[in-house]
Structure formats: C-alpha cells, structure tokens
Write a protein that binds this ligand. Structure first.
Ligand code: A2P
Length: 315
C-alpha cells in the first residue's frame, strides 16, 4: 500500500527526506509522500513570472529555502527557471522541479517532443514531476498516459502525474497507467470545495497539489481570513497556505514575484490552525469559487454556477 499524506516529522523520516532533499537548515522538512515521491509541501508557482522577473522570483525562492518550483511549457519561463536554478548554488538534486505538457501536445509523438523540449529548456537532464497540463477529449487518454509513462521510462522525469483532471477522468488515468501517478495538480483554496478530489487522491495514494492556492489573490480580501490572521498574528496568505498544507496529502504552489511575499509564503511551518479555525475556513467554500475557467476546461466535479470562460485564467 502506498503511504499517503505522511507528514515527515519523525527522526527516521527526516533522515530519509534529508537524503532526498537535504534542505537548507532553516527550510521546512515537510513533504507529502505519494506513491514513492516526496513532494515538498510548499513550492513556488511561476505562472506569469517570465523573463528576468521569472529568474528573479525563482532565485529569491531558492535563496529563501524553497526546494519545489512549478513551471510549464505554456508559461514560457522554463528557461528562466533553469537559469535561476543554475545560478543559485543549490545542488540540482535538492530541488523538486515540476513541468507540464500543454493540452495540444497530447498525441504520443507530440508529447515526446514537448517533454524533451521542456527538459532541454530547463537545462537539466530530467524533471522530478511531469504532468499532463489539462485533459484533451480529442486525444485518446490511453495514448497520452502511454506517452507519459514512456517519458518516465526514458528518464525524462522521476515521477508522473496529471493536472486539472476531474475525479472520473483521474480514475481512468490511474487505471490506464502502469507506472503510478503521484499527483493531480488542481485548483484548491478555501472558496473551492475539493472534498471529492481529496478522497479520490487519497484512494489512489496521490498528492493533491493546489494551484491558485490564494484564489489568484481573491482570498486575501476575505474578512474571515483577515480575522484569523489577526488572531494568529500572521499574514492572510500564511493563514490560507497553512489551511492547505495542514491537510493530509496536500501541497501548495503559491505564485509570487515579490521577494518579500515569496519569503512570507514559505513561513507557514511554525504555527498550527486549531480545528475550529480549520472548519471556519473550510466553510468559506462557495459555488462560484473557481477562478481558473479556461474555455477548454473539462466538466468539473461540482457545479460552477457562475461559469464564464476566460482564456486568461489557465494556470
Ligand atoms: P505578486 O506576484 O505580486 O506577489 P495564486 O497563487 O493563488 O494564483 O495567487 C497569486 C496572486 O497572489 C498574485 O497576484 C500574487 O502577486 C499574489 N500574492 C502571492 N503571495 C502573496 C502574499 N503573501 N500577499 C499578498 N499577495 C500575494
């Protein structure tokens, strides 16, 4: 049975994790264990951080102690991520790098080319996690999952997974994959109930990696979050991120290109939310909470009553 949602806290696990991710002494030694992968619970999201701004953001994150960076071919910043990684002095094997193959590249030959090009742009010989960025109903899932497995067998990535897959499709992907899928990266924050997805990930031994964990910033204006932040003498973003990473099997990749906020977002391992605060934050979920609604989105697991497709919203 795979371990699921293990918080690496005891000495033995710390040793194992230190071997895999010998983190900076001040960095949080916490990771989600999922089907053989150890995924640092907090990573840097990089959507819309491009060129020099992208290099600076990734460099600031690595200097601050982040050991998990999330990119994608579509973000057009893999080169910037690679540049920051090469310059930062942190050994390559200490950093968990994720990239993603765009949904127009899911035929086997396209997928193979896209994965090779991503790794080359990053300037490394493999990534740690390769994801199918969005499902594409026009390409047989068998073919895409076959190509994803092939990428891992060929050493382009240590682990494989998917992104933005609803539960039924995730179940199919898992059934089709000879190698284990370790994560579904999907939108998750207090305004969006992901109970069904959390149960599905748990059933499959997978991590749920939360993209848009701050609701693309929307959650920061919420009065309940503001009140809980005051009570804990923490920033609002820290309360939201703590709520996420305190849940079994959940990792989060907040995006920021501001060095102060990048540092702030990592400082969530020195306090806890009590059960009442966790429940109050969970109760913020609402039917129109989803922020990522591109035109090519799949049918989601919960009704999205105020759905308006927006080509810009596509992390
Ligand atoms: P910036 O890059 O200027 O810091 P999400 O990860 O949910 O998509 O949210 C990203 C948005 O939230 C970005 O606009 C980012 O802006 C902002 N953001 C990230 N971290 C913080 C923070 N600690 N405080 C305030 N805003 C933040």
């Amino acid at each position: 049975m795979p371990h699921y949602g293990t918080v690496i806290t005891n000495l033995e696990s710390r040793k194992i994790l230190a071997m895999t991710f010998p983190l900076h002494a001040s960095a949080p030694l916490q990771a989600v264990a999922a089907n053989g992968a150890l995924i640092p619970r907090l990573g840097l999201g990089t959507w819309q951080s491009t060129h020099d701004e992208g290099v600076r953001a990734v460099r600031a994150a690595l200097d601050a102690g982040y050991r998990h960076i999330d990119t994608a071919a579509r973000y057009e910043n893999e080169q910037a991520v690679g540049q920051a990684l090469a310059a930062c002095g942190v050994p390559r094997n200490d950093v968990f790098i994720t990239t993603k193959v765009w949904h127009t590249e899911l035929r086997a030959a396209d997928f193979r080319r896209a994965a090779e090009a991503s790794v080359a742009r990053l300037g490394i010989d493999h990534v740690d996690l390769l994801l199918v960025h969005w499902p594409n109903p026009e390409v047989p899932l068998e073919e895409t999952i076959g190509a994803l497995n092939d990428a891992q067998r060929r050493g382009l990535t240590r682990h494989i997974g998917v992104s933005n897959f609803p539960v039924a499709l995730l179940d199919r992907a898992v059934a089709l994959s000879p190698l284990p899928l370790v994560a579904n990266q999907c939108e998750y924050h207090p305004y969006l109930d992901q109970t069904k997805m959390l149960a599905a990930c748990s059933r499959h031994g997978m991590a749920l990696i939360s993209h848009s964990p701050l609701g693309s910033g929307k959650l920061l204006a919420d009065p309940v979050i503001a009140e809980i932040a005051r009570q804990h003498d923490k920033q609002r973003a820290q309360i939201i991120l703590r709520w996420l990473i305190q849940q079994p099997g959940v990792a989060a990749i907040p995006k920021s290109s501001n060095p102060v906020r990048i540092g702030e977002n990592l400082a969530v391992f020195d306090f806890e939310l009590d059960a009442a605060s966790m429940a109050r934050i969970s109760a913020l979920a609402r039917a129109d909470g989803r922020v990522s609604k591109p035109a090519w989105h799949p049918e989601w697991d919960i009704a999205d009553t105020l759905h308006t497709p927006s080509p810009a919203a596509q992390p």
